[in-house]
Ligand binder design. Structure first.
Ligand code: ATP
Length: 460
């Protein structure tokens, strides 16, 4: 049988015990270290990657009160709290051994031992050690990933009166536990603001879990939000926690809440009231502790009046409501965004020398930005990529402007409303890209999911 890759440290003042333990263990594990005193522990722990420590309780001749073992156990766990320590005790010291488990030892082995029991205890300890190691790795990988995502959503840009008012409310509510509903058109920065609220909250060190309800098919809503038990439905091959559980001690951001089907709205209401979730196919109710933020670009208040969205759920989710105005209503922010994204993309594409031609800057400042901040972001990225001189010109941005649409279309602007203009732009982008959804969505400054929703809305 191949040996298991593991380092086991045995400390006992009895040479015979050290020898027989080593002879037994070296048949099964790759690295066995023995010492007759715990005094070198610090040095070993800083130079070796030890998986399990087997520690005797007594070292001084004539002493068998186990105090030394307890002292060293506490010491090891203070230096390495995740260390798996197994204590060796003689008959009559069982009470002491039980106390050591209360202090954090993994288990104890009675001397003299039977080989089978000895190996089984070490194997179990090793398994725990490996799981702890894996959890620690996953935890640090998670922190790196979260930091990366967070960097993508940097500071909040915008100093217009409208944005200052939004931030005044954010200042007040971030530290509370209140449910917040963020309203605003596509690309106005709802998710960006939700992340900022999380960053300013007392749960900032916990996870930020984003669920885009607009991108979930109806059959997946429940299992994504609440989790499922293995076998709950055909594709449920294993137990899976839902997003509510994953957001424990953090923030759960339910984006596009308007897309939640009516029958699930009452289920969500119950979950929010009871602060407990049950996985699909499982009877157990699990309490959760997460701050809830919601967002939508839908006219949710109208939907409540029309009976499409439950009023009682609305009351639950909008303890505080924040509306981010579209960019055309805060033109003072356009320049800030242009400079912000220009800096980011100049760095990304290694074009530090680039600036924007005055005429092009005017064009950006007069554009109506139907795709809001996301549209500016994509437009500046495109401009930086396309420019090949020192200055980005207007044509590098390839903006869909009122002058770039046909004369017939322009006439329509006089008497058509926003709904129709939006529909026309979606049609135009689709025909320009011959029905390619990804390209059309990018051009419009929308996500694919947001474009699909519009296709449905406009019956295209
Ligand atoms: N105030 C802001 N400061 C800096 N960047 C912003 C701001 N608002 C939005 N952005 C950026 O614009 C892009 C779109 O923002 P976000 O995804 O938050 O919009 P959204 O309203 O949630 O969009 P959708 O409704 O399509 O889901 C993101 O890259 C975001 O970082």
């Amino acid at each position: 049988m191949p040996k298991t890759n593991a380092t086991i440290l045995i400390i006992d003042d009895d040479e015979d015990i050290l020898l027989s333990a080593k002879l037994l263990l070296k048949k099964h594990y790759t690295n066995i270290i023995t010492r007759d005193t715990p005094k070198e522990l610090n040095q070993i722990l800083s130079s070796e990657s030890v998986d399990v420590i087997i520690l005797d309780m007594n070292y001084r001749i004539g002493f068998n009160d186990g105090k030394e073992g307890m002292y060293w156990l506490k010491h090891i766990l203070s230096v390495k709290p995740e260390m798996v320590v197994i204590l060796m005790t003689a008959y009559g010291e069982v009470e002491l051994a039980v106390d050591s488990i209360k202090l954090g030892a993994f288990d104890f082995i009675l001397k003299p031992w039977t080989n089978e029991k000895f190996l089984a205890t070490i194997q179990a300890g090793l398994q725990l050690s490996k799981s702890k190691h894996k959890v620690a790795l996953l935890e640090s990988a998670k922190q790196v990933l979260e930091k990366n995502i967070d960097q993508k959503f940097g500071p909040i840009i915008g100093s217009s009166d409208a944005m200052n008012e939004v931030m005044r409310v954010v200042d007040k509510v971030s530290v509370t536990e209140a449910n917040i509903l963020i309203l605003g058109e596509n690309g106005t920065g709802k998710q960006h603001l939700a992340r900022e609220i999380h960053r300013r909250s007392s749960l900032k060190n916990g996870p930020f879990v984003h669920v885009d309800l607009g991108a979930l098919s109806e059959s997946l809503f429940e299992s994504e939000l609440f989790g499922h038990k293995k076998g709950a439905f055909t594709d449920a091959h294993e137990d899976k926690p839902g997003r509510f559980e994953l957001a424990e001690d953090g923030t759960l951001f339910l984006d596009e809440i308007g897309n939640l089907p009516y029958n699930l709205q009452s289920k969500l209401l119950t979950v929010l009231q009871d602060r407990k979730v049950s996985r699909l196919g499982e009877g157990i109710e699990r309490p959760f502790n997460a701050r809830l933020l919601f967002a939508t670009n839908a006219p949710l208040h109208e939907w409540v009046e029309e009976g499409k969205f439950r009023q009682d759920l609305m009351f639950r989710i909008n303890t505080v409501e924040i509306e981010i105005p579209p960019l055309r209503e805060r033109p003072g922010d356009i320049n800030d965004f242009v400079l912000h994204f220009l800096k980011i993309f100049k760095e990304k594409y290694h074009k530090s020398h680039l600036s924007i031609e005055q005429k092009a800057l005017e064009l950006l400042n007069t554009h109506s930005w139907p795709g809001n901040v996301r549209e500016i972001q994509h437009t500046i990225e495109r401009g930086v990529i396309m420019s090949d001189g020192q200055e980005i010109r207007g044509s590098d941005f390839n903006l869909i402007t009122e002058t770039s649409v046909s004369g017939k279309d322009v006439e329509k602007f006089d008497n058509l409303n926003l709904h129709d203009i939006e529909k026309m732009l979606v049609e135009k982008a689709l025909s320009k890209h011959e029905g390619n959804i990804s390209k059309a969505a990018k051009e419009l400054g929308l996500t694919r999911a947001a474009l699909y929703r519009r296709l449905e809305k406009f019956n295209l």
